[in-house]
Design a protein around this ligand. Structure first.
Ligand code: PLP
Length: 409
């Protein structure tokens, strides 16, 4: 991992290796990703736009990257894989590609990327428990009846709680009602293998920068029909087959090119593919074991602090990826994260994590469990491939120290 042992200066003048516990926001770059980009850079030339050797090589690298991502997501043979800027961009692309009068059913607990993109949205409340996910969805889809196309848009894993949502089950319910499903895999794909084909996922979005490939590319993958029928997401060169002399005389491409007008982000695509290939080549059970061990260590440590309450939608033992948000009674989250950084060299995040309705609800629940007020903001620690037990222990130690010495050392 690039950035392992990054030296950071603390407020007392000493230096420690940075403890990055903020993978859910943006993950550091894998070495093979940086290597793939470095290797291609001397050849950097246009994609789909040149006859020279460098250009042909870059076009090949771009299209091979698309295939690697397709394999990583185990797409159906006729699905499209479209390179975007990130998950937000991918969801907005899909929102623009929906057939007329599509209703999108989603939950209030979604990240804003999957909450705000949709033009005609039916928002289900944050579920009280897991059974309410399926019962609420079934009711909503039955109520919609034959009102037109329906897309169920749901997160694969929550960026606030790390909780994994039952996407295959949701897909099955959606399909039974003639609806489709889009999965926001921004937090799921970096932690778990995903098979769109076997889970019945119609559309999936992810971000390269959360998947150890911080070069500005993301992906929308999914069924071709809606994407080929939609207006191009961007209008311009590369998306056209023919442009006549009159303004109306334009024939647009089908396939990914239809929505990728302009010079594409070659290095982003190559980086993302290198990350997918690296993660696929690693033993998934080894990665999962590493993550779950650290997650348990972190949650056990937090659970031992009486002033701390974890945020969660489902039961405490629900399956989750390496993300934990928590609140500290009677303390300002921003003060704590600032001191964790300045005094312990720890990178975590405070706030509402671009999931305001969910975070507010779960903070209110947590305050009830604590029996004490919170400042209305949470702290999030998130784990990835480069996280070590020392990072987790340092966070727990730092937290204890910050809680016990409210005004600083
Ligand atoms: N969805 C989830 C679950 C996320 O965690 C994030 C980012 O935090 C996004 C969507 C948006 O990702 P991006 O900012 O890369 O577009």
């Amino acid at each position: 991992m690039l950035g392992d042992d990054l030296p950071v200066r603390l407020s007392d003048g000493t230096t420690v290796a940075y403890a990055n516990l903020d993978y859910a926001a943006t993950a550091p770059c894998l070495v093979p990703v940086a290597d793939a980009v470095t290797e291609l850079l001397p050849w950097y030339a246009s994609v789909h736009r040149g006859a020279g050797l460098a250009s042909r090589r870059c076009t090949l690298a771009y299209e091979q990257s698309r295939q690697t991502v397709a394999d990583f997501l185990d797409v159906r043979p006729d699905d499209h894989v479209i390179f975007t800027r990130n998950t937000t961009d991918a969801m907005n692309l899909l929102a623009r590609a929906l057939p007329p009068h599509t209703t999108v059913v989603t939950w209030a607990g979604e990240h804003h990327a999957n909450l705000l993109a949709w033009p005609n949205v039916h928002r289900l409340p944050v579920p009280a428990d897991l059974p309410e996910v399926t019962s609420g969805l079934t009711r909503a889809l039955a109520d919609l009846g034959d009102a037109g196309p329906v897309l169920v848009a749901v997160t694969g894993a929550s960026n606030v709680t790390g909780e994994v949502w039952p996407t295959a089950e949701i897909a099955e319910i959606a399909h039974r009602h003639g609806a489709r499903i889009a999965v926001d895999a921004a937090q799921l794909a970096p932690h778990r293998p995903v098979s769109m084909a076997s889970a019945g996922i119609d559309y999936l979005a992810l971000s390269g920068h959360k998947l150890y490939a911080p070069f500005g590319a993301g992906v929308l993958a999914g069924r071709a029909d809606w994407l080929d029928a939609a207006d191009p997401y961007l209008s311009g060169g590369g998306a056209t087959r023919h442009v006549g002399d009159e303004p109306a005389e334009v024939q647009w491409q089908t396939g990914p090119a239809r929505h990728e007008a302009g010079t594409p982000n070659l290095l982003g695509a190559v980086a993302l593919a290198a990350a997918c290939a690296t993660i696929s080549a690693a033993a998934p059970d080894v990665l999962a074991h590493h993550e779950q061990e650290l997650l348990a260590r972190l949650r056990d440590g937090l659970g031992a602090l009486p002033q701390v309450a974890e945020l969660r939608t489902f039961d405490a033992d629900h399956d989750r990826v390496g993300i934990v948000s928590f609140t500290v009674a009677d303390r300002r989250a921003a003060d704590i994260t600032h001191r964790l950084s300045a005094e312990h060299g720890i990178g975590v995040r405070d706030g509402l994590f671009c999931a305001h309705p969910l975070s507010r609800k779960l903070l209110a629940d947590a305050a009830v469990r604590l029996g004490r007020p919170t400042d209305g903001y949470a702290i999030r620690a998130s784990i990835g491939i480069g996280t070590t037990a020392e990072h987790v222990d340092r966070l727990l130690h730092g937290l204890r120290q910050v809680i016990n010495t409210p005004r600083g050392r």
